[in-house]
Ligand binder design. Structure first.
Ligand code: ARG
Length: 613
């Protein structure tokens, strides 16, 4: 049962509407809202006016019929009908305390929720969910582009698990194909000692390999057109021929890799290990739930690509077109190519194999892709192809849900995708270390008395928390501007503000005298207490909505509003100096509940809470 009175009342109203007017009204929105004027109560339902139109009846009569059928005694005083047909609702004095106790009860045992031990708090909704996140490419450093996938995906894993799902993260590494063969070929050609290879070498090799294999035909053509002279033309001819030869060499290397030739495979393994090592450092800095167990890179599916294409052809879903194998997508001019005319497989083919694996072998009922919005078309087509062939069918009937959670770019102050001054991609690790550094300077400034090790710890929690919060609090599809000052601010809708609010609330609890009764009855009388109570009771519903919409900013906004409601409460309602001990204890209990929800919510965002900062 929901602990949010708005949800609760809405459900009761729908029941009443159905009882009064019939089952065909089960989808009516009961329009339960906070009362516009607290004088008339806490909530109101504005459903009668719309219903009256549909029924061709007088709205006040309709309101009366709803009220007559509504079972509200346990939550509300007798409702009043006002104006054209508003139904005004006033909560019973004991309703909020009871709901707060229920909420507190559901939080018990959640302190240590982990991704594998999913604790349910909306019963009966448990699903197995695969979340595709991170998706780094081998032989390249993780860059800011991977930041969002990691951060958003991590939060979604945590939130989905917290509402009772079984979550399986999957890191679809780009660890197979021509790019990697190009790097291997380039390293071998340059006789690089693989045992002394590090990520810097690897990045260089990646860049060189890409340049080496890129034939600049337009340059050759324009040199010929303007008749740039025999030397110039010969230079470009050599460039093009060389690049073509190196591309051929890379293709041959790929075949040798695919055939499992030991030297080539060893080089591939080495490259993978070096990249992953760097990747794990980032996981660690970001404190992500994914681990090496969740690696299922493109290479994992390599033996499955042939059979995937065969089945698409056999089932008639795919057909041949100019030597390639394609799947027509309704309403789309270009089909989805699943095998090229030269026999090669594509990124899409691997994704088809991966979806099949996730649904049929991992048992996913929901598969979520946290990948930037430039891949929107790719996923739309791949999902459509899967539906056509029916690999989304679930054993118990019904179909798995396939969702692309698309997100925008991280931009610099100029509004263009974030780069270094010299125009290169910013390394994720450098960015995160800078966040920690900057947070450290702020913390030293604000609290010079913190002992050094604690200062470091706080800097890390605040720095990383700020980067995450800035990312999560914006609407996913929007590009967002990466601005240090704003994201590290201690005021406003930021991670540091919430961490700081937590510290403040926590210190109230610490200052509480020993005779405080933890189970003192909640006393909700003042408006500020009521607003805080209502904000607290919205927490489970907020998590459910994030799990449904996959929009983490809803949780950020919620926590920000909660912290705001607490501030107002704390300035208006004395806690430690309350008039009676009963009131003091009730307010301490309310503070502690706020503290726990703030910690729980920040934890789901992957943000650490601190004792001091
Ligand atoms: N490696 C890919 C890239 O960097 C992202 C992988 C996303 N996941 C997927 N199943 N396609 O673009």
């Amino acid at each position: 049962m929901s602990v949010d009175p708005v949800d609760l009342l809405a459900k009761r109203f729908v029941e009443a509407i159905v009882a009064a007017f019939g089952a065909e009204f089960a989808d009516v929105d009961p329009l339960v809202r906070a009362a516009q004027n607290p004088q008339f109560g806490d909530f109101q339902s504005n459903a009668a006016m719309g219903l009256a139109k549909r029924l061709g009846r007088n709205p006040r009569e309709v309101a009366a019929a709803i009220v007559q059928h509504a079972r509200l005694e346990d939550v509300c005083e007798t409702p009043e009908i006002a104006g054209p047909g508003f139904i005004n609702l006033r909560l019973r004095g004991d309703a909020l305390p009871r709901l707060l106790e229920d909420l507190e009860g559901t939080l018990k045992g959640r302190e240590h929720h982990t991704i594998r031990r999913a604790l349910s708090w909306t019963s009966g909704t448990s699903q197995r969910v695969v979340v595709d996140l991170v998706g780094v490419n081998i032989a390249k450093q993780m860059h800011v582009g991977h930041l969002r996938s990691s951060i958003i995906g991590d939060t979604l894993c945590r939130v989905l698990a917290s509402v009772g799902n079984e979550v399986i993260p999957q890191n679809h590494l780009g660890d197979w194909g021509l790019q990697i063969a190009m790097v291997i070929a380039s390293l071998r050609r340059r006789r690089v000692d693989l045992d002394r290879l590090d990520l810097d070498h690897l990045e260089e090799a990646y860049r060189d390999a890409t340049l080496d294999c890129k034939a600049d035909r337009p340059a050759l053509e324009s040199a010929r057109r303007i008749n740039a002279g025999p030397h110039r033309i010969a230079e470009w001819e050599a460039q093009v021929a060389g690049a073509e030869e190196r591309l051929e060499e890379a293709k041959r290397t790929l075949v040798r890799l695919q055939q499992g030739e030991s030297g080539i495979v060893a080089a591939w393994e080495k490259i993978t290990a070096i990249t992953m090592q760097a990747c794990y450092e980032i996981y660690d800095l970001l404190d992500l739930v994914v681990t090496h167990e969740h690696n299922r890179g493109e290479s994992f599916y390599r033996e499955r690509l042939g059979p995937v294409v065969d089945e698409f052809v056999r089932s008639g879903v795919a057909k041949e077109s100019d030597g390639a194998i394609v799947v027509e997508i309704e309403g789309d001019e270009t089909p989805l190519i699943i095998r090229k005319s030269d026999g090669g497989f594509l990124y899409a083919t691997t994704d088809l194999a991966a979806i099949r694996y996730r649904i049929q072998e991992l048992g996913a009922q929901r598969v979520i892709y946290v990948v930037d919005n430039r891949q929107r078309d790719h996923f739309r087509k791949v999902f459509e192809a899967i539906r056509k062939i029916g690999w989304d069918r679930l054993p118990g009937g019904g179909r798995a849900e396939l969702r692309h959670v698309a997100f925008g770019a991280v931009c610099g102050a100029d509004g263009k995708p974030l780069k270094t001054r010299s125009g290169e991609n910013i390394r994720l690790k450098d960015l995160l270390l800078e966040a920690i550094d900057r947070a450290g300077a702020i913390v030293r400034d604000k609290n010079p008395d913190l002992p050094d090790p604690e200062q470091k710890d706080v800097a890390r929690a605040v720095g990383i928390g700020s980067v995450k919060y800035a990312d999560l609090s914006t609407h996913l599809v929007k590009d967002y501007i990466f601005a240090w000052d704003r994201m590290l601010a201690f005021e406003g809708n930021t991670g540091a503000y919430l961490q700081n609010q937590y510290v403040r609330i926590r210190s109230i609890g610490r200052k509480a005298p020993d005779d405080v009764r933890a189970d003192a009855a909640f006393l909700i009388a003042a408006v500020e207490e009521k607003s805080l109570a209502l904000a607290l009771l919205r927490y489970p519903g907020t998590l459910a909505s994030v799990a449904e919409t996959l929009e983490p900013h809803r949780l950020c906004q919620y926590l920000y509003d909660l912290a705001g409601a607490f501030s107002v409460f704390y300035t208006q309602c004395p806690v430690l100096k309350a008039k009676t001990t009963a009131l003091r204890d009730a307010r301490i209990r309310l503070s502690r509940l706020t503290e726990r929800i703030l910690a729980d919510g920040l934890g789901l965002l992957g943000i650490r809470t601190l004792e001091r900062m």
